[in-house]
Design a protein around this ligand. Structure first.
Ligand SMILES: N[C@@H](CCC(=O)NCCCC(=O)O)C(=O)O
Length: 259
């Protein structure tokens, strides 16, 4: 079997005076080296896309984190400047892909912004600046440190027994990183909470009655996917689901090698 391909929606970023469609290297590296799949970047557009045309051509969907936030209008809230920065093109690309991947039983792993998009895509809502709430820990990206320091493993999350993630990582406590200002407020009806932080923040969900791997995590398993056991097992499980999906697809008639 040829190496499977997963789609990963891009962020819209600006540098060098130009607009770029960008995905951080850590996601692409984890997909290749820990899941054993190729991640193809999907440019982000607010209109003109056909999610099924993209999903017809891949074997999974990997939804990355981002410093931008899902636009509050997508979960019925008023946008304030505290909710930014926004990335409407990312929203418009990612949410339909998430919904159709679930409908079509295409394996899905959603990370950080990705779990928030998963929740919104299925009808849930988000809370902003959660660290300002009484009793809620500061989950934000550590500042004044290098990238390894930003993604340092520093928080305990509790994985619920009997959950999908418990099938992969076992039930109980694991240590993870944390780089987010928002979190799931109202959990979408089709999602079950699979892990929580010690302050009650939702840290992982899975899609109820999903016909394929469909998991979201608030932490960043991609960053240490090659060295941290729990991160590696999560990506390996996603890769296994992607390979199973790919193997079950009708064989693609490949062009005969030229003589
Ligand atoms: N913007 C959302 C999601 C946070 C997220 O995906 N963080 C990863 C990117 C970290 C960085 O590069 O700053 C939120 O803040 O909750």
């Amino acid at each position: 079997m040829t190496k499977p391909i997963v789609a990963i929606p891009a962020d819209i970023r600006s540098f060098d005076g130009a607009t770029w469609h960008a995905v951080q290297h850590q996601y692409l590296r984890a997909a290749l080296n820990a899941a054993g799949v190729m991640a193809f970047i999907i440019p982000a557009f607010e209109a003109g896309y056909d999610a099924d045309a993209i999903l017809d051509r891949v074997d999974g969907l990997l939804v990355s984190g981002s410093a931008s936030n899902v636009h509050p209008s997508l979960y019925g809230a008023e946008a304030t400047e505290r909710d930014g920065p926004f990335d409407p093109a990312r929203d418009a690309t990612s949410l339909p892909l998430i919904r159709r991947a679930i409908d079509r039983a295409i394996p899905l792993l959603a990370i950080c912004r990705g779990i928030q998009e998963l929740n919104v895509a299925l009808g849930g809502s988000l809370a902003s600046e959660i660290h300002e709430e009484p009793g809620i820990w500061d989950h934000r990206r550590p500042e004044g440190v290098d990238r390894d320091g930003m993604y340092a493993i520093r928080q305990t999350v509790h994985i619920k027994a009997g959950s999908c993630i418990a099938d992969i990582l076992g039930p109980g406590d694991i240590r993870v990183n944390s780089l987010h200002r928002q979190a799931i407020a109202r959990t979408a009806p089709r999602l079950q909470v699979e892990a929580t932080a010690e302050d009650g923040t939702v840290e992982a969900v899975s899609v109820i009655d999903a016909r394929a791997f469909a998991v979201g995590v608030q932490w960043h398993p991609e960053y240490w996917a090659e060295t941290d056991a729990a991160s590696n097992r999560l990506f390996a499980a996603f890769g296994g689901a992607v390979r199973s999906y790919a193997a079950g697809k009708l064989p693609v008639i490949t062009a005969q090698a030229s003589a």
